[in-house]
Design a protein around this ligand. Sequence first.
Ligand SMILES: O=C(O)CCC(=O)C(=O)O
Length: 264
Amino acid sequence: MRASLIQIGVDEDESVDSRRRRAASLVRDQAGADLVVLPELWTTGAFAFESFTTAAEPLEGPTYEAMAKAASDAGVWLHAGSIPERDPDGPLYNTSLVFSPSGDLAAAYRKIHRFGFDKGEAVLMGAGSELVTLRLPDMTIGIATCYDLRFPELFRGLVDAGAEMFVLSAGWPERRRSHWTLLAQARAVENQAYVLACGTAGTHAGVPQAGHSIVVDPWGEVLAEAGADEEVLTVEFDPAKVATTREQFPALKDRLLGLEPPRR
Ligand SMILES: O=C(O)CCC(=O)C(=O)O
């Protein structure tokens, strides 16, 4: 399986329209990949809280349209990162969109864990409540966004729903880059799953971004890692490694807690 992680630069001196066109063109350049991934809130920047309300789009807004077309032009599965979604009947959500190679929406995931404690995203956006997995031709993927990476129970829930690979889009800040790498490896090792984590480059709302998009295999080995600048990180890997890792070191079968149905 071949995946390309587009670690796009998000800087305030570029308009959203221009970045959207650039992202679409970068996706088209990845024709031949099986899966292409963009980061979190790359239209506005994950820390540009002031612009969330004005830049929010309906689910099927301009980013949806541009990404659906780019996915079908390139003939790839596209995790198009996330948008600030305006739900006509509710709050804003940080919503990831996944398109099939024919440009149809295959999945939408509203970020469950909002970042900011009592500020920023945590007060401006609503929390999603549903885990999302999706069957690609060779693997089942589970979707997560940025701060979700700190919540292992979400990933275990995705494994229980069949996930063999986690695809995470992020706008992770440079000042906590060591956590990013450590947690990406931890989620891979404890769940014996691939982790594809795509961040942004650049600085938005005064927050330098970590970049360092990373691909980790089910044994916790880093297969590829980007630098800090805009970059397309391309990696090839064997989907069957999830099954062999789980067979040869069957730690997931030794779980004792959390297997009961949830109490109501
Ligand atoms: O958890 C972190 O350190 C970063 C999270 C974050 O930036 C986000 O979710 O937008």
